[in-house]
Ligand binder design. Structure first.
Ligand SMILES: NC(=O)c1ccc[n+]([C@@H]2O[C@H](COP(=O)([O-])OP(=O)(O)OC[C@H]3O[C@@H](n4cnc5c(N)ncnc54)[C@H](O)[C@@H]3O)[C@@H](O)[C@H]2O)c1
Length: 460
């Protein structure tokens, strides 16, 4: 290599995973040159400026420190593949919408395209690292494509799934619970694995770097997401029972979470999970189980998704029931649109489904969110005529009949609800889809309050 770097890493895919993970590697390993490439020129341009294409706390700082030093963003995919010794692939893996496995399995056409491209342009040996979440045995298929089409170079395919959570990506990357690396049990497989371990060793302690075979690594990522989503659906299912029986889900969650065997994380009842991963990864798991005729197992996991959809449907039904069985021409303000706090990501956000349901009820929807309004506008293109977008929550709530808390952004906890109440239509309703507000205080102000999984507080 012409430059003085120890090794050249390339990451294909400058998204929510590729951008932050590579920024962290560049920050911790200054002797590596890290280049993130993408076919989306607009995205690359944003990575090169001050308005990054994704919002993630702490990300801009780390990018500013490393960019131009050993972190680079580029659209020159081919040229950078050629120059790299290590290639992370972090492209999106959407659910297939056609043919066999439609609606369940991952659409691997983009993955295969990348494999063919790497194989076409490579003149030297490369380690290919799967960062994307992929169905079990994708690495095997990739190896075949690479080897058949290129006899000059040796390709070693590894699995290194990413466990970061959006909104806390930088701290998750800096301080991961574990880093998982799956490799073949061959001499070259183990050698390649050590090269990837070497990268993480710069800041992750040895006991947190877990190695395994490739298939177990791929399956671990699908299973981890399925378990996390399952916890959300489990607590949400109990929230429905609480509403009918006047138990309080926050008390139930606290009591069960104190059991060390259960633990307290991921026990907040809500309008359900969103994000680009949980649903698609569970669907992949379901598909694999069906493929192996494990129908009971497939159904078990599919129900996690069904409860998630049920929770969103229930939320809108509760709104209709509470507001005298009609939402027609009523202004409903959504506080939050992102699928969770501290991210601009709205992929699979419950807000999308809820907005469409409200539009079906002929409501006027006012969407407010500190970071996700651009994405929200894109998501709601189909119902644009009944939606308004407003950054300022006070303005968004003016003349509203109801507020629905959709995303647990901190700012919504500290708003002046007295002031908001004064400017709303009466009776004023608040539906706390995240249970983040002080319900007693709101009730005192005059709101009719509908938390999730606990008795509502109404003035009539
Ligand atoms: N988002 C998360 O929180 C998260 C966490 C862990 C794992 N993952 C997994 O990581 C993968 C990536 O997710 P993401 O959220 O970063 O996706 P993303 O959509 O934000 O980014 C993917 C990027 O890949 C680019 N791309 C697609 N095909 C390409 C090609 N042929 N050449 C170059 N660039 C190409 C796209 O333009 C896009 O910018 C997925 O498999 C996902 O399941 C995501």
């Amino acid at each position: 290599m012409a430059d003085n770097f120890y090794k050249h890493i390339v990451c294909i895919g400058a998204g929510y995973v590729g951008g932050p993970t590579m920024a962290m590697i560049a920050a911790k390993c200054p002797q590596y040159k890290v280049t993130v490439v993408d076919i989306n020129a607009q995205r690359i341009k944003s990575w090169q400026g001050n308005e990054l294409p994704i919002y993630e706390p702490g990300l801009l700082d780390i990018v500013k420190k490393t960019r131009g030093r050993n972190l680079f963003f580029s659209t020159a995919v081919e040229e950078n593949i050629k120059a790299a010794e290590i290639i992370f692939v972090s492209i999106n893996t959407p659910t297939k919408t056609y043919g066999s496995g439609a609606g369940k399995t991952a659409d691997l056409q983009y993955w295969e395209k990348i494999a063919r491209e790497i194989s076409k342009v490579s003149e030297s040996d490369k380690i290919i690292v799967e960062k994307s979440t992929l169905p079990v045995r994708t690495a095997e298929a990739m190896e075949r494509i690479l080897r058949v089409n290129n006899k000059k170079a040796h390709f070693e395919v590894l699995s290194n799934p990413e466990f970061l959570a959006e909104g806390t990506a930088i701290s998750d990357l800096e301080n991961p619970d574990r880093v998982l690396i799956g490799a073949r049990d061959t001499q070259s497989g183990q050698k390649a694995m050590l090269e990837i371990v070497d990268i993480y060793k710069h800041w992750v302690s040895k006991d947190k770097i877990v190695t395994s075979d490739i298939w177990s690594s791929e399956l671990s990522k699908l299973a981890a997401n399925a378990f996390l989503a399952q916890r959300i659906s489990s607590i949400n299912s109990i929230s429905a029972l609480c509403e009918k029986t006047e138990a309080d889900i926050t008390k139930v969650a606290r009591a069960i979470g104190m059991d060390r065997r259960i633990g307290s994380n991921f026990l907040n009842a809500s309008i359900g999970f969103g994000g680009s991963c949980f649903k698609k990864d569970i669907l992949n798991l379901v598909y694999i189980c069906e493929y192996y005729s494990l129908y009971e197992v497939a159904q078990y996991w599919e129900n996690v998704i069904k409860i998630n959809e049920y929770q969103q449907t229930r939320f809108v039904k509760n709104m209709v029931n509470a507001m005298f069985n009609t939402l027609a021409n009523k202004r409903i303000t959504l506080f939050g649109f992102a699928f969770k706090a501290n991210t601009s990501d709205t992929r699979e956000s419950p807000a999308i489904y809820i907005s469409h349901k409200l539009a079906e009820e002929h409501s006027r929807i006012i969407v407010s969110d500190p970071k996700a309004l651009d994405n929200a506008q894109y998501d709601l293109k189909g119902i644009a005529d009944c939606v308004e977008f407003e950054l300022d929550p006070y303005k968004a709530a003016r003349n509203a009949h109801a507020i629905a808390i959709i995303t647990e952004w901190d700012i919504y906890k500290t708003l002046d609800y007295e002031r908001i109440y004064q400017q709303m239509e009466k009776p004023a309703f608040i539906f706390d889809g995240r249970n983040i507000l002080c319900h007693k205080k709101l009730y005192k102000i005059g709101f009719n309050v509908y938390p999730l999984g606990m008795p509502c507080m109404q003035h009539f």
